[in-house]
Ligand binder design. Structure first.
Ligand code: PMP
Length: 406
C-alpha cells in the first residue's frame, strides 16, 4: 500500500521485538488487546513524571494543566469519531462500562414491559448481558437477530423483527469472532424509522477503519482504548447530544455534581455528570497519544493494508489440511477464527505459543457466535497494522507442522 509501511509501525512498538520461547514474538492476539507504541508509553510515563495532578477542582497550576490535558483528550476523541462536540464524549473504563452506562441510565428510564431490544447473535457478551440485566429489571425483551451461514446479520429477519415495540437496536461495528462488519448505517436508518435508538459497539472497529458517528447516525458509540494501541482502563462513549442531555447519572460521587445538600442535590451538565470520582487521567493522555499515532499513518491506508494482509492470510491458511474458518462474510476485518479437524483449540494455541506465536483459544466472550457454527471453542488469529506477511507465513508453517505431528 503506497505510503504505508508496517515496518515503520513495528519500529515504534517495543514489545514486538521480544522473544517468546526462544522465537521472535508473533502477536496475533490483537482482538484481545493491541500492543503499545513507545509514544503511548512515554505519554503515560510523562504525565506522571511531569504533570500529575487531579483535575477540575484544584486551584493551582498543575490542576489546570492536568484538566487541560484531560479535556484535550475529550476533544481528540470527538474529532476521531466525527462527533459534533467534545461534550458528547464520556470517558469510561472501556466498551463494557460504556454499554453498562447506557443500559443503566438510558435503559432504565426508557425501557418498559413489552419493549424490544434487538441484539444480533454475533454480539460480544458485553453487548448481550447488560441488556439481559436491564430487560429483567424493566420487563423489556431481548430479541436475538439471527445470522446467515456466512456470519453476516440476516437483514430480512432484522427488518421483520423491527416494530413499534423496538426501543433499541445494539450491534457491533465489527465482530470479534467472525470479523463481520454489518451495514451499520443502513441498519441504523431502518431502526430510526421505528423511533428506536441505536447503540454501536466499536471495540473491534476503530483500530481498523475510519469511523464517523454522525455519518452512521448512531445514537451511542463505544470503544476501548486498549484495542486501539492505547492504555487499558480507558475508553469512550459517544452519545448524541440531545439523548445525553436527557440521561440521568448512573454513579454518584464527586466531580459529577453542581451542588449537594441533604435537602437537594443537583448534577453537573453532561458529560461531567457521568464521570463520578477521579477518572483515569493518565489513561486519557495515553489514549489521545494512541489516536494520534494511528492517525499519523492515514486511516484509509491502514484499512487498505489490513485488507490486503487479511486476503493474503485467508489464502495462505487454505494450505493447512482440516482448517476451517468461521465467518466468511464479504465485509470483514482481519479476524480469523478457525478450527482444525481433530485438534482441541487450546492445544492449537499451546502449540503455536511454543513457536512464539500468540493466538487466543476459547469462546472469545461470544458463545452464541460459536454456537451458530455448532462449536464451543475455536482458535483466533487477529491482525493489526503492525503484522506482516512473514508473520502470517510463520503461523501457517507452524500449523502445517502441527498437522504433520503424531
Ligand atoms: N465488544 C467487543 C466486540 C469486543 O471485542 C470486546 C473485547 N473483546 C468488548 C466488547 C469488551 O471490551 P472491554 O473488555 O475492553 O470492555
Amino acid at each position: 500500500v503506497p505510503g504505508f509501511s508496517p515496518e515503520a509501525a513495528r519500529r515504534d512498538v517495543p514489545i514486538l521485538h521480544r522473544t517468546v520461547n526462544g522465537r521472535p514474538l508473533v502477536w496475533l492476539d490483537n482482538g484481545a488487546t493491541t500492543q503499545k507504541p513507545r509514544q503511548v508509553i512515554e505519554a503515560l510515563a510523562g504525565f506522571y513524571a511531569t504533570a500529575n495532578s487531579n483535575i477540575h477542582r484544584g486551584a493551582h497550576t498543575m490542576a489546570r494543566e492536568a484538566t487541560e490535558m484531560y479535556e484535550a483528550g475529550r476533544a481528540g476523541v470527538a474529532q476521531f469519531l466525527g462527533a459534533p462536540s467534545p461534550e458528547s464524549i464520556v470517558f469510561v473504563r472501556g466498551t463494557t462500562e460504556g454499554i453498562n452506562l447506557v443500559a443503566q441510565s438510558w435503559g432504565r428510564d426508557n425501557l418498559g414491559p413489552g419493549d424490544d431490544i434487538l441484539v444480533p447473535v454475533l454480539e460480544h457478551h458485553a453487548n448481550i448481558v447488560p441488556w439481559q440485566q436491564v430487560a429483567k429489571e424493566t420487563r423489556a425483551r431481548v430479541v436475538p437477530v439471527p445470522l446467515r451461514p456466512d456470519g453476516s446479520i440476516d437483514q430480512d429477519a432484522y427488518a421483520d423483527l423491527l416494530s413499534m415495540r423496538t426501543q433499541l437496536v445494539v450491534l457491533s461495528h465489527a465482530s470479534n469472532v467472525l470479523g463481520t462488519v454489518p451495514p451499520v448505517k443502513e441498519m441504523a436508518a431502518l431502526a430510526h424509522r421505528y423511533g428506536a435508538k441505536v447503540l454501536v459497539d466499536g471495540a473491534q472497529a476503530v483500530a481498523h477503519f475510519p469511523v464517523d458517528v454522525q455519518d452512521l447516525d448512531a445514537d451511542f458509540y463505544v470503544f476501548s482504548g486498549h484495542k486501539i494501541y492505547g492504555p487499558t482502563g480507558i475508553g469512550a462513549l459517544y452519545a448524541r447530544p440531545e439523548v445525553l442531555e436527557e440521561m440521568a447519572p448512573w454513579q454518584g460521587g464527586g466531580n459529577m455534581i453542581e451542588s449537594v445538600s441533604f435537602e437537594r442535590t443537583t448534577f453537573a451538565p453532561a458529560p461531567h455528570r457521568f464521570e463520578a470520582g477521579t477518572g483515569h487521567i493518565s489513561g486519557v493522555v495515553g489514549l489521545l497519544s494512541a489516536l494520534q499515532w494511528l492517525s499519523s499513518f492515514g486511516r484509509s491506508a491502514v484499512a487498505q493494508y489490513e485488507t490486503q494482509l487479511m486476503t493474503y492470510a485467508q489464502q495462505a491458511l487454505t494450505a493447512v489440511p482440516g482448517l476451517e474458518v468461521l465467518g466468511t462474510a464479504a465485509e470483514r476485518i482481519g479476524v480469523l477464527t478457525f478450527t482444525l479437524a481433530g485438534r482441541d483449540p487450546a492445544d492449537i494455541a499451546g502449540w503455536l505459543d511454543r513457536d512464539g506465536i500468540a493466538v487466543r483459544a476459547g469462546h472469545h466472550c461470544a458463545q452464541p457466535s460459536l454456537a451458530h457454527y455448532g462449536v464451543q471453542a475455536a482458535a483466533r488469529a487477529s491482525l493489526a497494522l503492525y503484522n506482516t506477511g512473514e508473520e502470517v507465513d510463520r503461523l501457517v508453517e507452524s500449523l502445517l507442522r502441527l498437522q504433520k505431528s503424531d
